[in-house]
Design a protein around this ligand. Structure first.
Ligand code: ACM
Length: 545
């Protein structure tokens, strides 16, 4: 087993880079405790006063720098590294210095973890001693992209749950929320110019239950969408927690809902919003009108989302309709393209040019490599590491999210009572294992790996309780993988995780217990891939998930 260079008796998660503690003294927060922050750290000061103030029941009032016991500041000259911080606690007080405002925020997240786990409640229960141990911590993340994707297209999650999810990302020092906003089964973001996208395409008549064939349905409409004001609120809420929200509009496949609202976008006329899970033949046409439509959609989207990266999907695009389409074949001839793969690449390039002209960066699933990568593209590698390796070798930035370690919709054990099991086995220890940087890359190529991401596809996740079950505690293991440098040893991690679960309990998170589902987590009668005797599993790859 690799030796853990920094054993951490305080169960900090993710484990910090350097930690010393001599078990002495420390600081006890009381009603007399004052806090201060320099100008650049004011955002974290308000967060601390609101969150820790509520949890501890202490006023944590603002004091002068001289008399404050908790002092926050930003010092880019302190040599702490991007998003890095130093946290020093002794009997006199606690000092948090960040390389930038995000570092201060992470330092205060660490400070919260050092308190009793009741610090994760919303109200003080009374009687707690809010004691912080004496420590000296210097910390910074290994990767700049520490992301989680939430698919709100297959099943919508209301704004309230998205805000809560952002808090839980921040608690784990994650900094990207990728919102999968559109798919065959629903369109979830208001676009003023095209109102039918939400009036019509955000609803479906029913939903497939499980993943068996022939499909069975719940006979109940499903829908919902985020208004532009909801998006602005989510983005601002995330920004205050140093989380960037990256929007995804998935094209040219996974677009049945949009085609339902505006049939001229497709190749075959009117089609319903999807009600089944899988990969479908119905894709976008590659006409000038379709390009114009999506450029307009992305223009509204970038007004709402300040994120540098804008995700255009690009995954799982069957090319049959283009093979049979006069306009697609005409485009291939006009542009001198070799085949339908190059046609998809051409389509993505148009969006890449458009986004680049507007100062944004195009992000896409690894299928955007097929037929040639657009010059400005960053690749999200999901079908294994190969796409990430190829893109990094071609000098493009990549984010690693291979199914084998990153797909949180995948089953958490081989137990027959796992709810709707799909995919390959992905236990907490499987998420924890592996390195985001593929071993085959040279040091130079590895610099293109911006970080890693876990993805939560929601075909079988129709509410926040099921979301919690699938996400936690696997997200905790992922957070350490993308934050902490050096060797990771699950045997060392597990006791810290067990302590961390008490924080999640206090925060009201309904994670999957380490010893398996509780009865109400199970979904008797619903089957995942190939589970029901006598029934065929769906043919598709992930989206069958
Ligand atoms: C994907 O899982 N279809 C990106």
């Amino acid at each position: 087993m690799p030796e853990n260079p920094h054993p951490d008796p305080l169960s900090l998660l993710p484990r910090p880079r350097e930690l010393t503690t001599d078990g002495s003294g420390g600081l006890t927060l009381t009603s007399a405790t004052r806090v201060s922050a320099d100008h650049a750290a004011q955002g974290t000061l308000s967060w601390l006063q609101r969150e820790l103030g509520a949890a501890t029941g202490l006023p944590l009032a603002t004091g002068d720098e001289e008399d404050a016991q908790i002092r926050l500041s930003v010092d880019p000259g302190a040599g702490l590294g991007r998003e890095g911080y130093r946290l020093i606690i002794d009997s006199e007080g606690a000092i948090v210095v960040g390389n930038e405002p995000a570092g201060v925020f992470y330092g205060v997240q660490t400070l919260r973890q050092l308190l009793p786990t009741d610090a994760y409640r919303t109200t003080a229960l009374g009687g707690a001693e809010w004691r912080l141990p004496a420590v000296s911590i210097t910390d910074a993340p290994r990767f700049q992209w520490r992301g989680a994707m939430l698919d709100i297209a297959r099943h919508f999650q209301p704004k309230r749950e998205i805000l809560r999810f952002i808090d839980l990302l921040a608690l784990h020092k994650l900094n990207v929320l990728h919102l999968h906003l559109t798919d065959d089964q629903g369109w979830r973001v208001e676009i003023r110019r095209y109102p039918k996208l939400t009036e019509v395409a955000s609803w479906r008549t029913e939903s497939q239950l499980g993943a068996t064939k022939p499909a069975t349905f719940d006979n109940r409409p499903h829908g919902g969408f985020l208004t532009q004001d909801d998006i602005r609120e989510i983005v601002a809420y995330a920004d205050a927690r140093h989380v960037a929200v990256v929007p995804e509009i998935d094209v040219p496949g996974h677009s049945q809902a949009a085609i339902h609202a505006y049939p001229e976008l497709g190749e075959v006329g009117e089609i319903p919003v999807g009600t089944q899970w899988g990969v479908f033949e119905e894709i976008l046409a590659v006409t000038d009108n379709v390009l114009e439509f999506y450029k307009n959609v992305f223009d509204e989207l970038i007004e709402l989302f300040p994120s540098t990266y804008v995700h255009v999907g690009g995954d799982e695009v069957p090319k049959t309709q283009w093979k049979n389409s006069a306009s697609a074949q005409q485009r291939i001839r006009d542009e001198g393209l070799a085949d339908e793969d190059e046609l998809q690449s051409w389509f993505i390039r148009q969006l890449d040019d458009h986004l680049t002209q507007r100062g944004r960066r195009l992000l896409g699933w690894d299928e955007i490599l097929e037929g040639g990568l657009a010059p400005g593209a960053t690749v999200m590698s999901w079908r294994g590491e190969e796409g990430g390796i190829a893109a990094a070798r071609a000098g493009h930035d990549v984010i690693m999210a291979p199914t084998a370690t990153s797909y949180l919709d995948y089953k958490q054990s081989e137990r027959p009572d796992e709810p709707v099991p799909v995919g390959t086995l992905l236990r907490v220890e499987d998420v924890y294992a592996g390195d985001p940087v593929p071993a085959d890359l040279t040091e130079e190529e590895a610099r293109h790996v911006l970080g890693g991401q876990v993805n939560l596809w929601s075909e079988h996740i129709d509410n926040a309780r099921r979301l919690d079950y699938m996400v936690f505690p696997r997200l905790t293991a992922f957070a350490e993988k993308v934050w902490t440098e050096g060797d990771r040893d699950f045997a060392e991690f597990e006791p810290r995780l067990r302590h961390h679960l008490r924080r999640l309990d206090a925060a009201g998170v309904e994670y999957r217990p380490l010893d398996g589902p509780r009865p109400w987590h199970t979904r008797p009668g619903l089957y995942g891939w190939g589970y029901q005797p006598g029934q065929e599993a769906p043919e598709q790859g992930h989206a069958g998930a």
